[in-house]
Design a protein around this ligand. Structure first.
Ligand code: NAG
Ligand code: NAG
Ligand code: CU
Length: 252
């Protein structure tokens, strides 16, 4: 009895420390996400499955593309939306981390996304926000040093949500949409929070999205923006944080 209560408490505390995207607003329509910790049976959403609130901590994790397990729901849904529309992703509220970049990727499924394997897709980045102001460090060491403000901090300030505009240049087709938070508040231990949802784009343009990367594959464990200690002395004065991954398409 005592043991059971202890286990329940620790798993709650663990879940409260992390999380993921719980729902989406796509061009004004609300879509529920997959509910982790619940049985997949009977769950039918536009989101790919994710089992726990825990982060992925290794750039080579086979589930880096669409979280663990990243499989389809039954039946798997897909949201139809016009290119140029707004997508709002809602994380568990309040999202517990404020240090690190926010990135949004897409990949053409070249057919039905429901039969796509996330690790095989070619991902291009459509949005990112890294160090917005101040320094990487969190200490106010000098009179004019400001602790950094990050994309993830803006996400928390914006009701733990992230708003992105789907490029109007996107050609029509079926796409996987991938939101990713990279939390770097633990020294030299990145936390990746990827979440995927299936979209069918209509009213699109004739752009050529790219450059593309695979996940895993797109990130290196030795990238100084991934293997980073935000508490190091050098980073207290460092106001340059290159966001990992490819440049945003289309270039602005
Ligand atoms: C804030 O986020 C919650 C979901 O976490 C959502 O239900 C609510 O509508 C949002 N509030 C605003 C003002 O957007
Ligand atoms: C600032 O931090 C970035 C990201 O870790 C790193 O690439 C860069 O070399 C650092 N700059 C200095 C001057 O230390
Ligand atoms: Cu966490």
């Amino acid at each position: 009895m005592f043991t059971k209560a202890f286990v329940a408490l620790t798993s709650l505390a663990c879940a409260a420390a992390h999380g993921g995207v719980l729902s989406y607003n796509i061009a004004g329509t609300e879509y529920n996400g997959f509910v982790p910790y619940n049985t997949p049976t009977g769950q039918s959403t536009i989101q790919r499955q994710w089992a726990t609130y825990n982060p992925i901590t290794d750039v080579d994790d086979p589930n880096l593309a669409c979280n663990d397990p990243g499989t389809t729901t039954d039946p798997q849904l897909t949201a139809t939306v016009a290119a140029g529309s707004t997508v709002i992703a809602y994380w568990n509220n309040p999202w517990p981390h404020t240090i690190g970049p926010v990135m949004v990727y897409m990949a053409n499924c070249n057919g039905d996304c429901t039969s796509a394997t996330p690790a095989d897709l070619d991902w291009f980045k459509i949005n990112e926000a890294g160090l917005i102001s101040g320094t990487i460090g969190t200490e106010n060491r000098h009179l004019f040093d400001l602790p950094g403000t990050w994309g993830m901090g803006e996400l928390v300030a914006d009701n733990s949500s992230w708003t992105v505009t789907l490029p109007s240049e996107l050609p029509n087709g079926n796409y996987m949409l991938r939101h990713e938070l990279l939390a770097i508040h633990t020294a030299n231990q990145p936390q990746f929070y990827p979440e995927c949802a299936q979209l069918t784009i209509t009213g699109g343009g004739s752009g050529t999205p790219g450059p593309t990367v695979k996940f895993p594959g797109g990130y290196s464990a030795t990238d100084p923006s991934i293997d980073i200690d935000v508490y190091s002395q050098g980073n207290q004065d460092n106001s340059t944080y290159p966001i990992p991954g490819p440049p945003v398409w289309p270039a602005s």
